[in-house]
Design a protein around this ligand. Structure first.
Ligand code: SAM
Ligand code: SF4
Length: 444
């Protein structure tokens, strides 16, 4: 599928026409687009923006990672947490430290956390992951707290996935890193993660353990991006066909330099190819959330907002204990967008999007196939747009400076106009007024 001639313009137009109708892409069509001449890129970006706007509206969900441990028995050649990196200061957080980090994130205004950890059952037994989830949910400043904990921890057993499910996690995420088996085996020379098939089948165990909300991803830069993009699409299709529920999210981390790591990116993905693959993923998997992290620069993140990204981390630290203290040096990898959460909020609004801290679907049990079918019928937009505005209003009241409040207030009429249904617009306007009068956690 990777060996093919450049497709004709007419073929591309036909593929894009179907994709614009949110019908997705077959693997063959995705391969065509991956091989198209770069002069078609603008048309891909356009189509991707249209699909995202139609299904999800203008909202962009914001979250932050919380690293609870950088101990790791794996030896992934690309990662600063790898076992053989002796220059890294190792640390795992106790529950009071997890609470302290959570308070720092609450003070910033975050409502969603992605819990992350290295894999080391001696220093971090699975129970410590569960305890940390409970601590995060329990930690409050007044009535203010984290409302959704997503989790990105190592592939594990059905029983442990069941325990994660019982701990009320949001999305369980795990990246395949590379689908190309020889590259995978080279990159993961030892430790539990060295087992390609165990890693590849993690989501099947997660689903068996009752997790219907899961996210997949690739670490772009390890192998040919066209192969990886097709494999991601194939993996999503496979899971959807066999288990009745496709991935809730797809993440697109790109390989970055990391302290104590001297791996040269084996298959670097340039900016142009990266933009193109994001657009193709949006077209291929229209109903899936697409996540972009602070690995990417402000400029790239701004650009990709227009190409179908629907979730972003903001103001991230990739070291355990990294929030609220001194600038941490022992990062998992280098990040390139160091804006504060407030600056991200302002910039997103300036670009005509709505930063969202919404956790409504998860708390109303709109997950798994229920959520997917609501995206497919376009219903979710009617909830996402109002909920994004309601959570933005709450953020502005509780966390923003007057400068940001003033900057965003001017946009309220335009943002409300995006809600086309007059009744919903009225309900949203009233909700915003209730929040401004002191009510909290208003959502549909
Ligand atoms: N340790 C678990 C694992 O590897 O599955 C949990 C996730 S790890 C903390 C988060 C992710 O960071 C990894 O899945 C990998 O894709 C990514 N990562 C590691 N090193 C990286 C690097 N140098 N540049 C960009 N992303 C990196
Ligand atoms: Fe450990 Fe995950 Fe880093 Fe691999 S990517 S060394 S498993 S933390």
């Amino acid at each position: 599928m990777l060996e093919r001639a450049q497709p004709e313009t007419a073929t591309i137009d036909e593929i894009l026409e179907r994709a614009r109708r949110c019908e997705g892409l077959t693997l063959d069509e995705a391969a065509h687009l991956l091989h198209a001449d770069p002069r078609h890129d603008a048309a891909f970006f356009d189509a991707a923006r249209e699909v995202k706007d139609r299904l999800y509206g203008r909202r962009v969900v914001l979250f932050a990672p919380l690293y609870i441990s950088n101990h790791c028995t794996n030896n992934c050649l690309y990662c600063a947490f790898r076992r053989d990196n002796t220059s890294l200061h190792r640390r795992h957080l106790n529950q009071e430290e997890v609470a302290e980090q959570t308070r720092a994130l609450i003070r910033m205004g975050h409502k969603r956390i992605l819990l992350e950890a290295g894999e080391d059952f001696h220093s971090l037994p699975f129970q410590a992951v569960l305890d940390s989830i409970e601590t995060i949910y329990r930690t409050k400043i007044g009535d203010n707290g984290i409302r959704r904990v997503n989790v990105n921890v190592a592939a594990t057993s059905v029983e442990n996935y069941r325990r994660l499910r019982r701990a009320h996690i949001g999305t369980y995420q795990l990246f395949q890193e590379t689908y190309h088996r020889p590259t995978y085996e080279y990159m993961h020379p030892d430790g539990p993660k060295a087992d390609y098939l165990y890693h590849l089948t993690a989501m099947e165990r997660a689903i068996e353990g009752g997790i219907d909300d899961y996210g997949i991803g690739v670490l772009f830069g390890l192998y040919d991006y066209r192969y990886e993009t097709l494999a991601l699409i194939a993996h999503a299709d496979y899971l959807r066909t066999h288990y009745g529920v496709g991935p809730h999210t797809v993440s697109v981390p790109r390989l970055q330099s990391a302290p104590g790591v001297d791996l040269q990116p084996p298959a670097p993905v340039g900016d142009r190819a990266f933009k193109r693959l994001v657009a193709i993923l949006r077209l291929a998997l229209p109903y899936t959330g697409l996540i972009l992290s602070t690995r990417e620069s402000e400029k790239m993140r701004d650009f990709l907002l227009d190409v179908g990204i629907s979730q972003m981390s903001a103001a991230s630290q990739t070291t355990p204990g990294g929030y609220g203290g001194e600038q941490a040096t022992d990062r998992q990898f280098t990040t390139h967008d160091d804006r504060s959460l407030e600056a991200c909020v302002r910039d997103i609004v300036r670009r005509g999007y709505v930063p969202s801290f919404c956790t409504g679907c998860y708390r109303k049990d709109r997950t798994g196939e229920d959520f997917m079918s609501m995206v497919e019928t376009g219903e979710i937009r009617h909830l996402c747009d109002p909920n994004a505005l309601l959570t933005l209003a709450e953020y502005l009241q509780d966390h923003a400076t007057s400068k940001t409040q003033a900057a965003v207030s001017g946009s309220w009429p335009d943002l409300l106009e995006e809600i086309h249904d007059p009744h919903l617009r009225k309900v949203t306007r009233e909700g915003i007024e209730r929040i401004q009068a002191g009510e909290r956690d208003v959502y549909l």
